[in-house]
Design a protein around this ligand. Sequence first.
Ligand code: ADP
Length: 249
Amino acid sequence: MKAVRVRDLSFSYNGLDILKNISFEVDEGEFLAILGPNGAGKSTLLRCISGILECSGVEIFEKPRESYSRNELAKLLGYVPQKSSSNFMTVFDTVLLGRKPYMGLTPRNEDIEKVRKVLELLGLQNFVLKRTNQLSGGELQKVVIARALAQEPKILLMDEPTNNLDLKSQLEVMRIAERFASKGGTSIVVMHDVNLALRFARRFIFMREGEIKADGDFKIIKSDLFEEIYGIKVEIEKIKGIPVVVPLG
Ligand code: ADP
């Protein structure tokens, strides 16, 4: 089953073309990293898939995204934006909001238990009663990821989820996305850190100027690609079978 199908997707802001005829498909169970320079259109693409930006040409589980209700979509798609704002709500209540598509006015025991589990998964147990405006940028990022996981989506869309995070937390978040995909979910992550993406994801889409320039597994990771996409010279070594990209001086 195709979890996501994007067909001839074009998108413009105020008449300025940002995405130009993008097409690709993502199977259930895939872990895809979307890479490319600033302004390539990666975030715009993720927002189009999530439905934050209105556009046609996106299918979720082989049906047009528009054919789902908001509640149905919330059970299918979890979206972690690049920047999240904090407020006076506690960490617990913020993550509990992820259960909204499933519960009525009051949370059930099951909802509380799911929230407790994701808080533990992200190591946030000691923050439950803190207000989100009392958190560091990295802590807030983890809370937003926890909220998306509490939603129990089938597809996890994350926009630069490792920005702001220390090295250990970066690995934790990538492992969560990896495990999510290995359990049959679909992880689509916009990243800047090419080596972190290579370490965890299994498929890579490189974008530039609103177009997909390369799409594939480790086989596409060649120095010419980095020259074309980023205009830089790199050397590529393999460590434990995983390519590592080293920019040259
Ligand atoms: P990336 O995620 O690859 O850095 P974005 O999708 O954020 O790229 O942005 C692609 C282009 O769209 C950029 O040139 C950016 O300036 C423009 N853009 C992004 N958001 C908006 C917006 N809300 N209004 C107008 N232009 C935007």
